[in-house]
Design a protein around this ligand. Structure first.
Ligand code: GLN
Length: 305
């Protein structure tokens, strides 16, 4: 397995060189564009990793999977999916356009920014910090790593600059699709996006989803089989935003990306697969990561779509 990961990684480095590190969140611009790592975790909890495995990235949009899981646990699917839809969009992750164009003005799915902000607003916690801590706690269980914390510099950098997410949230409130203290909800969104992980952590998270909600490293049931399945289905149709269709054709497994450069993928009953590579394509997906996953999906027979 290690040899296969190494060889996919060597090929992926060429693709990584074609991307660009995200800098619309100023602190993310400091990431190493050449870093690339891959890891997999099988259903026995065996982890294999290669490349720049000590690189830590912020999970960014991958956190949307965790807060969605938490909302299903705390509020139930019915409430969650009456507040956000379950359909893909062909628009960028932070697009505002479709929210205005058609009634009901609710976000089309929970994995775009507007949807993730609405999902956070549903959680039954006192304030931003307790909401964030609940998401962090579930992240630790999904990754079987209790030392995970957030990168406070990235959190504060996004909080200081995120006009777009503020616009989305206030617009949603104006059309009656978001209730509560907007700045408080956004604060927990920025904080959860800044949770810092390695490629191993993300591989274990993918494996927990692949193993119907039981973390194969700790043996703990973290999610119900139904929630794990719902997350995988949504990842398959909208996990890479407007790049989800291309990813389905090239790689063919449920996955979620983030602009920190991570991709967390889940091959059901088989393995979690993750890559870290901060160089992104124009849609915000890791160029090296997608290429490495494409090669490995083919070689390891992971495709399910
Ligand atoms: N924090 C980022 C944002 O809201 C997350 C986006 C992403 O990873 N696609 O812009």
């Amino acid at each position: 397995m290690k040899d296969k990961l190494e060889s996919a990684l060597a090929k992926g480095r060429k693709a990584a060189a074609t991307g660009k590190v995200a800098d619309y969140i100023p602190e993310l611009g400091k990431a190493d564009p050449n870093a690339l790592a891959v890891a997999c975790c099988d259903m026995d909890g065996q982890i294999t990793a290669a490349g720049d495995t000590e690189t830590t990235i912020t999970i960014q949009s991958i956190s949307k999977v965790v807060s969605l899981a938490l909302s299903m646990i705390d509020c139930g699917e019915k409430k969650v999916f009456s507040a956000v839809g379950v359909d893909p969009t062909a628009d960028p992750f932070n697009s505002i356009m479709r929210l205005e164009m058609r009634a009901p003005h609710r976000p089309q799915n929970p994995l775009i920014n507007a949807g993730a902000i609405v999902v956070l607003s549903l959680l039954p916690y006192r304030d931003s910090l307790s909401r964030y801590e609940a998401v962090l706690d579930l992240t630790k269980k999904l990754c079987s790593n209790h030392s995970i914390s957030s990168n406070e510099a990235v959190y504060l950098s996004e909080k200081a600059t995120s006009d777009r997410n503020r616009s989305l949230a206030y617009f949603l409130r104006s059309v009656g699709s978001l209730e509560g203290d907007i700045e408080d909800i956004l604060d927990s969104y920025f904080h959860q996006c800044a949770i810092a992980c390695t490629v191993r952590d993300l591989a274990v998270m993918g494996a927990t989803l692949a193993n119907s909600g039981v973390n194969p490293v700790s043996g703990e049931r973290v999610l119900s089989p139904r929630i794990a399945l719902t997350l995988r289905a949504l990842m398959a149709i909208c996990g890479l935003y407007d790049g989800s269709g291309e990813f389905a054709l090239r790689v063919g497994i449920p996955a979620k990306s983030g602009v920190g450069g991570g991709i967390m993928a889940s091959a059901p009953g088989n393995m979690g697969l993750a890559t870290v590579g901060p160089s992104l394509d124009p849609k915000g997906n890791s160029t090296g990561g997608v290429r490495v996953m494409e090669i490995l999906s083919d070689q390891l027979g992971l495709r399910v779509l």
